[in-house]
Design a binder for this molecule. Sequence first.
Ligand code: ATP
Ligand code: MG
Length: 364
Amino acid sequence: MSNTDSFDVSAARSADLEHQIAQHPADFRVLTGDRPTGALHLGHYFGTLANRVRLQRAGVEVFVVIAGYQVITDRDSVGHLSRNADDLLLDYLAAGIDPDTATVFTHSAVPALNQLMLPFLSLVTAAELRRNPTVKAESEAVGERALSGLLLTYPVHQAADILFCHGNLVPVGKDQLPHVETARLIARRFNERYAAGATVFREPDALLTDACALLGTDGTKMSKSRGNAIELRSTADETATLIRRAKTDADRTITYDPEQRPEVASLLLTAALCSDTDPADLAASIGDRGAGALKTLVTEAVNEHFRPLRERRVELSTDPGHLRAVLTRGNARANEIANDTLDQVREVMGMTYEKSRQRPTTGL
Ligand code: ATP
Ligand code: MG
């Protein structure tokens, strides 16, 4: 199946899934997460975080992994992991992730999840991993660096993230579809090869999100590590300064033209997402008043939309004890589930040596 075909199939499947979610939200468990490489920005919010909160509010159980081990797939040092994890947690909670129903956990605190990597790695070939388009793109992005074993195998680690908690719904952009395919393949092969066809793991579904990539202030994709982001935690003044500096073009008349005028279009899209309006209508309302008027409008829209979130974030940051408690609870729950899953995996694989030795020799 070509990439376009598989995209079409996934898009149709996602529409069907949305329908099922509306009818039976409790049938679904979502797994998503972020690398603790910095605080989240507007791109993350509209690209994924708002969608997680929407699913949670619809009644779907949400798991969020702070993916510490993914940080070192493409860099030499771990950076400020603990501070970055706190920033992610603050962003989640301020955005509306509810720790009473959602489980937020950190990779490294859940050993059984990571141990699933070993049987899972046996289920994919090196050639399959090298063919993964996202791995290819990421390894090109790291440039001169040699491809690390962890980067090559990170779709398998993501499969462990998804399957340890029997997540069956993974909200992704289309660039992430191959990862969900890997998780599906691993679930299928595990059941066939190690569980005699019994369903230990269900194949998770991708839930495609159609969010466009927001551009940063330099006109390239907004990204934590590029220094071009408007962060959720930015103050109103910082936001104004960042947007004032944002790259636009020389044409004074503002139009919404993502192909020809990506920077202006991204600013319009940002304001439209914040004010629930149409970017082309916003462009028409500005007309020939130029980039200055556009930037004022975007700044107001962003600051207005994120004011409540930012206020909650500031308030939450005054209570580090609460943050610790949320993570402790999330990690405890993730461990409980991961231990059960690993027990089951070892059981079906016949790796419960102590147990079999202790088993009474009945009937002899
Ligand atoms: P890093 O610098 O650590 O790579 P990043 O800011 O590039 O961080 P990613 O971890 O690459 O963020 O992105 C995680 C997810 O967040 C993406 O799969 C996508 O759903 C969403 N996302 C990130 N950046 C944007 C953006 N600029 N516009 C829309 N969505 C985005
Ligand atoms: Mg990135």
